[in-house]
Design a protein around this ligand. Structure first.
Ligand code: PAF
Length: 255
């Protein structure tokens, strides 16, 4: 695995391996680090389905509306590198803020409908930050395929919509949620929970999968000690965000 830090380095590599002449496909997995089994399932798929695989690790500050959330977001660089080495991924892209935002985020992408609901309603500007950074990554690597976990289903839908709206040549691929045996979806934020919090956290999925009404699910989550942000049905999918020990967890299920 080769670590690269700038788009210029990637351009040099692309030339030296004759990627364009050889028509080699690229699979990209954008991440913010603190890697877990969910991320690794995306990486494995990117490796399997493409000639060249790239993972990015960039804790994107502009998608955090809450500075405390950014400060306490788990940072596990050494472990991340060790895990990625084992997967056999070809490149790890790890830029700094100045490299990703030479414009200091004066240019941004936004969507003005679905992004204002669910997570976007309580995290103003969050999806502008996500769409902008992913567009930058797509421009740098021009991947044929990019992989995103369905735990962030709203994010996946918005990125897929962006790729289509801007005629991007990247296919946005949703990948199934990876769960612990107890149902808890793997998430970097789980690393911030105490053992007691970790014991409670699976109740989120359990409630969503119970088949009960939205009101009943809310009552159950409150009884379980969650601070609810939303439990909302959109189409055939039930979405929820709720905090435990001040750690915001999200999940969704098809109904
Ligand atoms: O899902 C994430 O980890 C992030 O939102 C992403 C897609 C890597 C953009 O920073």
């Amino acid at each position: 695995m080769k670590i690269i830090n700038t788009p210029a380095e990637w351009l040099e590599i692309e030339k030296s391996i004759n990627r364009k002449e050889k028509h080699q496909s690229i699979g990209l997995v954008p991440t913010m680090g603190a890697l877990h089994k969910g991320h690794l399932s995306l990486v494995e798929r990117a490796i399997k389905e493409n000639d060249i695989s790239v993972v990015s690790i960039f804790l994107n500050p502009v998608q955090f509306n809450n500075q405390n959330d950014l400060k306490t977001y788990p940072k596990t660089w050494e472990e991340d590198c060790a895990l990625l080495e084992k997967t056999g991924v070809d490149y790890l892209f790890a830029p700094t803020y100045d490299i990703m935002y030479p414009d200091d985020y004066h240019y941004k992408l936004s969507e003005d409908s679905f992004s204002k609901t669910l997570c976007g309603a309580s995290r103003p500007g969050h999806f502008d930050g996500v769409l902008t950074v992913v567009m930058k990554l797509f421009q740098i690597f021009l991947p044929e395929k990019a992989y995103f976990g369905e735990k962030d289903f709203q994010q996946y839908k918005l990125l897929d919509g962006m790729a289509k709206a801007f005629f991007l040549r990247t296919e946005v691929i949703p990948c199934p949620i990876v769960r612990e045996e107890n149902g808890l979806a793997f998430s970097s934020r789980n690393k911030r929970l105490s053992p007691a919090g970790l014991a409670k956290a699976p109740c989120l999925h359990k409630a969503l999968a119970s088949g009960k009404s939205v009101d009943e699910i809310k009552a159950q989550l409150e009884a379980d000690g969650f601070m609810i942000d939303y439990v909302t049905e959109v189409g055939n999918r039930l979405y929820a965000a709720a905090s435990i020990e001040d750690v915001r967890l999200i999940d969704n299920v098809e109904r």
